[in-house]
Design a protein around this ligand. Structure first.
Ligand SMILES: C[S@@+](CC[C@H](N)C(=O)[O-])C[C@H]1O[C@@H](n2cnc3c(N)ncnc32)[C@H](O)[C@@H]1O
Length: 206
């Protein structure tokens, strides 16, 4: 396995180093099928403002843009943003912005799409994440996507990816959100690092 010098996943250098080395075991490398089903059945309408925080390779941007969504994908790793822009090409690449989720100027969004972003954050940052999600979504907006859930909190908490329990997630989001969907993702549809512990969830901002 590759040796890395950056060890703190709360810093962009951690992610820059891994993207630059091509060490990205979290990547789906395709548009995840659960996401595709959601788009077809219940997803955002044309013109909906969708935020993808910690977008990495930003695989989902093209599918959202094709549906007419006003999608903004952000990542604070410059290497990730460069890669995503090259892959998406000039026009779609303009939807990818170098920005820190906790600090960028955010207009209210209709949706936040979550995949492997919460699991990238050390647990000490989770309450700030939940608070920020509530702040950047309009009332009635949705937080939807994949959550890395383990019913028994692993001790010590090692990661990334950092697993969260359902109880912890409800504690974080229950303050400002109602859960409106929750089901297990078939292990074969997850990247191996998440397989068997990934759930598709949707939370509505009150
Ligand atoms: C595990 S990767 C997931 C990438 C992508 N969501 C995916 O599904 O492939 C986590 C990503 O979150 C980004 N990230 C971590 N903290 C961030 C922050 N505060 N603001 C923006 N991006 C952040 C990292 O740079 C990295 O690209």
């Amino acid at each position: 396995m590759a040796e890395f010098s950056a060890r703190d996943p709360s810093q962009p250098a951690f992610w820059d180093e891994r993207f630059a080395a091509g060490f990205t075991p979290w990547e789906a490398a395709v548009v995840p099928s659960e996401f595709g089903r959601w788009l077809d059945q219940a997803g955002p309408g044309a013109g909906a403002r969708v935020l993808i925080p910690g977008c990495g390779a930003a695989y989902e941007v093209a599918a959202l843009a094709a549906r007419g969504c006003d999608v903004l994908a952000i990542d604070y790793s410059a290497v990730a943003v460069d890669r995503a822009r090259i892959k998406l090409g000039a026009e779609l690449g303009r939807r990818v912005m170098l920005a820190d989720f906790f600090a960028f100027e955010a207009a209210p969004f209709d949706w936040i799409y979550e995949r492997a972003f919460l699991a990238a954050l050390p647990p000490r940052m989770w309450s700030a994440w939940a608070e920020r999600c509530g702040r950047v979504l309009r009332p009635g907006g949705g937080l939807v996507g994949f959550f890395f859930v383990d019913e028994v909190a692993p001790e010590p908490r090692r990661g990334p990816p950092f697993a969260i329990t359902s109880v912890e997630l409800r504690g974080l989001l229950g303050v400002a959100f109602d859960q409106i969907a929750d089901h297990a993702v078939a292990p074969a549809e997850s990247a191996p690092v998440f397989a068997g512990r990934e759930r598709w969830q949707c939370w509505r901002r009150r």
